[in-house]
Design a protein around this ligand. Structure first.
Ligand SMILES: [Zn+2]
Length: 147
């Protein structure tokens, strides 16, 4: 479906369930979806339930039930393009079905990065920041289970 701008996106038409509390997360999520929709139809593909909350360690995670969790307090500490890249990376994990399988984590990370990059996000900047923070490439590894 073609959409005019990010504000026109209704989150409950894209996610199976929506538990978003802050205007910050709602807005940045819509911006991310608008960009993804330029590459693939977000409405026919769709994503699992999305939740806003505090997560131990990571900015985001996809649990083995396919629930996507985002920590807006941690995301807000990054430049917007980096926060968007992190969100896109998580959505890529969901889209690729990584939560359903027990693949090699490092391969899943690369696959999610590649897809998010293909969608148009600044994954290189995101990875550089994590590298500077001393976080391994597998860090966004998010064990696929909520901790
Ligand atoms: Zn990841």
């Amino acid at each position: 479906m073609r959409i005019e701008n990010h504000e026109a996106i209704e989150l409950d038409k894209v996610f199976a369930d929506v538990e978003i509390e802050t205007p910050y997360l709602e807005k940045i999520l819509k911006k991310v979806l608008f960009i993804i929709n330029g590459a693939m139809d977000i409405f026919s593909n769709g994503f699992g339930p999305i939740h806003e909350g505090r997560i131990f360690g990571n900015e985001g995670v996809v649990t083995e039930t396919g629930d996507i969790y985002l920590d807006s307090k941690k995301l807000q500490k990054h430049d917007e393009d980096v926060a968007m890249a992190i969100i896109a990376h998580e959505l890529a994990h969901y889209h690729l079905g990584h939560y359903k399988k027990t693949g090699r984590d490092s391969e899943n990370q690369k696959e999610a990065d590649d897809l998010a990059k293909q969608w148009g996000f600044n994954i290189d900047k995101m990875r550089e920041i994590f590298r500077l923070r001393g976080i391994q490439n597998s860090w966004l590894g998010e064990r696929m289970t909520q901790r």
